[in-house]
Ligand binder design. Structure first.
Ligand code: SPD
Length: 388
């Protein structure tokens, strides 16, 4: 833009024509309008916003939104550590937020600028999030999630005589089961702390264990089944389950429902289902927070207030199939979603859901080291398969 204006100045100077002066004035006006344009930079998970949510916000407020996406908490965290100034709003999961609060990354939310925060948000959810964000100082809960198993009903029936053991994590954590699924495709989320917690829980250990020996047991369990896993990545899971490229996945509730929906829309005969296994799983909460380095803080508050509008957040839930914490929005959430116990779990399911807590740096290092070992052994195995 600036280059264009300078070019016009030069041209004008050279020709001194009346029409060139006109062009210069128009360019300066455009430049001013560009400088006056209010901006907002948001960094959120992929497949996690309504199709018109952002454009309607832009129309309503005149704010231009730059909306980028990521696929894992680790990716977001890396970004926050290396380029913290780029975004005005980011969406970590609350257990990661806890660590980032300790690292002094966020500014406290001024609740006087968010009049419906306490009025609309479910006090039970605020209480749960407050374990990671004491007194809900830094975050606005966005959606909450369970991690379970998404699977292709026919493919699993074929491989397990019409009785696949989908009610248990044994389906994916026992090598004899995983082996049966290797040819149709197993996918794991790229979320090391989640996979470790699920495996600890499956072994009957504390999912938030701080004992090194427990992590050795988990490492043995995951290493034994990882050769049967087609890929470890959260990016394409929705499309790949929906199209039949993989037949079973450890995945997040709403993503699996989006895959179900995609398969049904494309009429490809694939039926996807989602289950929370009987051993239980954990619930997580993704939250919006404003980094200290945000440049467009007023605009960030406008967006948070927009998300607090019951109809706005209900429309997002209706599209992404995740539960929102806004009690005033439930009346606008499609009944099939609001009544689905996998999306809005009732008390008896909730009792099986645990929370992930902040790990000590020592345990975190152990998880990441073991994860790297698993990834490395998989790539070595792939390499030797390719060579044979
Ligand atoms: N499509 C991405 C959905 C966001 C899921 N958040 C991850 C929660 C991690 N526990």
């Amino acid at each position: 833009m600036l280059r264009k204006v300078l070019l016009n100045v030069v041209m004008c100077h050279k020709t001194k024509g009346i029409s060139q002066i006109g062009i210069l004035i128009v360019s300066l006006i455009t430049l001013q309008a560009y400088a006056d344009q209010k901006q907002l930079y948001i960094y959120n998970w992929s497949d996690y916003m309504g199709p018109e949510t952002i454009s309607q916000f832009e129309q309503k407020t005149g704010i231009k939104v730059t909306y980028d996406t990521f696929n894992s908490n680790e990716e977001l965290e890396h970004f926050l550590m290396t380029q913290p100034a780029k975004y005005d709003l980011v969406v970590p999961t609350s257990n990661f937020l806890a660590k980032q609060i300790d690292a002094n990354i966020y500014q406290p939310l001024d609740k006087t600028k968010l009049p419906s925060y306490l009025k609309n948000l479910d006090p039970d959810i605020l209480e749960m999030v407050s374990k990671d964000d004491p007194e809900n100082t830094y975050s606005l809960p966005y959606m909450w999630i369970s991690t379970g198993i998404g699977y292709n009903v026919d493919e699993l029936n074929k491989r397990f005589n019409n009785a696949p053991p989908v009610d248990s994590w044994a389906l994916l954590f026992e090598p004899n089961n995983a082996e049966k699924l290797a040819d149709c495709g197993i996918a794991w989320l790229e979320a090391p702390s989640e996979l470790f917690a699920l495996a600890l829980n499956y072994l009957g250990l504390d999912p938030n264990s701080a004992t090194s020996e427990d992590y050795v047991k988990v490492s043995n369990l995951l290493s034994a089944v990882s050769p049967y896993v087609r890929y470890i990545d959260s990016t394409n899971l929705i499309d790949d389950l929906a199209s039949g490229k993989v037949c079973v996945a450890i995945g997040w509730s709403g993503d699996i429902y989006q895959a179900m929906d995609k398969a049904a829309q494309s009429n490809n005969g694939i039926k996807i289902d989602y289950v929370i296994p009987k051993e239980g799983t954990f619930a997580s909460f993704d939250v919006f927070a404003i980094p200290k380095t945000a440049k467009n803080v007023d605009e960030a508050y406008q967006f948070l207030n927009y998300l607090l509008e019951p109809k706005v957040i209900a429309d997002i839930s209706n599209y992404v199939y995740y539960a929102n914490p806004n009690l005033a929005a439930t009346q606008f959430v499609d009944e099939a979603i609001a009544q689905d116990p996998n999306i809005y779990p009732p008390k008896n399911v909730l009792e099986h859901l645990f929370a992930l807590t902040l790990k000590s740096p020592r345990i975190e290092r152990a998880i990441l080291r073991t994860w790297a070992d698993i990834l490395e052994s998989r790539s070595l195995a792939n390499l030797s398969n390719e060579m044979n």
